[in-house]
Design a protein around this ligand. Structure first.
Ligand SMILES: *Cc1c(COP(=O)(O)O)cnc(C)c1O
Length: 460
């Protein structure tokens, strides 16, 4: 094979790094619904969010501008790992004996090993610019906490991370990363907050959840004007920052003389999926490109495939505004799968609207299938994917095998959102044969959603 005509890796020159993020809201046929105040059920305005976020991020949250400039300082930091490579998965294609062309964008090259620093650096920048001294946040598997630790110390800001208790003990190296980057990390629920104390009183052995940790971080932030809160997914401004992934990928696909028929991303709160797919969705919406765009979630936390589109809290306790989203109910406790970053009860407002309008589709994958895909990927392409990312790999393999069955030359692009070097404990369990699938019954989901009816939350 001529390496010149068929490069394995497509590197974008540094000077080609995007200067703007892409805001899909400008091009959406139906705009996302506004968040509501939980008491009044009236739309929340920028002022309601001011205790939590710096004004520039709030403006991005509600913006309808198509392109938003990436500050020079943020681009300068991005240069440490961006542009990230686009890689043709020749070895995986061979192993699957598929006519499909498989490309992946690799975000594991960042300092924290995932796509999350793309928004962490931007959020730290805007907070610092508005004089914020301290940030609070939550983290599940620790990817977001480590990304934000890296970013806040670059700007000499303090960071307090509420880490979901099961992960705190399961993933001690994530905590070490956060400590290297100077963050103060505590296992949530804690007795530092009202929200944490309430949970501990009910269940002293609570393993914690992302929703509980969010409640704790928000509670600390609202008490101090110099402290703000940062979220690693779900919100519009977070998705916006991640579009640097897809904007680069678009240029790189062009360099490879290719265009995707299918774009795939794994789905927790939607940020890496949005990052890879939104710039391509612009073509689908505006040029009516015949393209499938697939969000992949775990079967054990199936908000997109089996949830309901309606208003719900973003957290467990009910500190956040009501967000219009596909949700399993804010009190849904997902089983303890290893893809911790995908254990979130809802989706973002933009992605939910796109799904409702049939512009994107969603699939669910069981844990065993995802690990099997991750191991095949590691044995062929050499990179050990994060357990979250293996869901995108699994769906890519499904599509590649379908292409083989149909004898169809399909071009697939997926986002490899991170590497799994800090998640080897999970792979060890898989190799030992002690990983199991979890299912959620329709009754469990209905039970959780009934609570939202009782609380009078409107359907979207
Ligand atoms: C956090 C995380 C995810 C899930 O979050 P999204 O906001 O849906 O992208 C996926 N992959 C990796 C590697 C992560 O760290």
């Amino acid at each position: 094979m001529s390496t010149k005509k068929h490069p394995k890796k497509i590197y974008l020159p540094e000077e080609e790094m995007p200067k703007f993020w892409y805001n899909i809201v400008a091009d959406m046929p139906s705009k996302p619904l506004p968040p509501l105040h939980p008491a009044t059920k009236e739309p929340v305005g920028p002022d309601d969010l001011a205790p939590l976020f710096p004004m520039e991020l709030i403006m991005q949250e509600v913006s309808q501008e198509r392109y938003i400039e990436i500050p020079d300082k943020v681009r300068e930091i991005y240069r440490i790992w961006r542009p990230s490579p686009l890689i043709r998965a020749y070895e995986l294609e061979k192993a699957l004996d598929t006519p499909a062309k498989i490309y992946y964008k690799y975000e594991g090259v960042s300092p924290a090993g995932s796509h999350k620093p793309n928004t962490a650096v931007a959020q730290a920048f805007y907070n610092h610019a508005e004089g914020v001294k301290k940030i609070t946040t939550e983290t599940g598997a620790g990817q977001w906490g480590s990304a934000l630790s890296y970013a806040t110390q670059l700007f000499d800001m303090e960071l307090q991370v509420f880490m979901v208790k099961v992960s705190f003990y399961q993933k001690p190296y994530r905590k070490t990363m956060m400590n290297i980057w100077k963050a103060n990390t505590v296992p949530s629920p804690t007795d530092l907050t009202e929200a944490g104390r309430k949970i501990l009183a009910e269940d002293p052995d609570s393993p914690g959840s992302l929703g509980i940790a969010i409640s704790e971080a928000v509670e600390i932030a609202v008490q101090d004007p110099q402290t703000k809160y940062a979220l690693g997914s779900v919100l519009n401004h977070v998705l916006l920052h991640q579009t640097v992934i897809g904007l680069e990928a678009k240029k790189q696909m062009e360099m490879a003389d290719a265009y995707p028929d299918i774009v795939i991303g794994c789905f927790g709160g939607g940020s890496n999926f949005a990052g890879i797919s939104f710039p391509f969705l612009q073509d689908k919406i505006k040029q009516e490109k015949d393209m499938r765009v697939i969000a992949v979630e775990p079967e054990s936390c199936p908000k997109l495939t089996r949830g309901e589109f309606r208003y719900d809290f973003g957290d467990t306790i009910g500190m956040t505004p009501l967000i219009p989203m596909f949700t399993l109910g804010h009190n849904f406790m997902p089983p303890a799968i290893h893809a911790g970053g995908l254990r979130y009860h809802g989706a973002g407002a933009i992605v939910s609207q796109l799904l409702k309008d049939g512009i994107i589709e969603a699939k669910a994958v069981h844990q065993l299938e995802s690990f099997e895909a991750g191991v095949l990927f590691a044995r062929t392409e050499g990179i050990i994917p994060a357990p979250e990312s293996t869901h995108a790999v699994a769906q890519t393999i499904r599509e590649a095998l379908k292409a083989k069955e149909q004898g169809k030359e399909t071009t697939i692009l997926f986002n490899l959102s991170g590497h799994g070097h800090i998640d080897l404990g999970a792979y060890e369990k898989y190799l030992e044969g002690s990983i199991h699938d979890y299912s959620v019954t329709d009754e469990q989901i209905a039970e959780n959603l009934k609570v939202l009816d009782e609380m009078g939350f409107p359907k979207a």
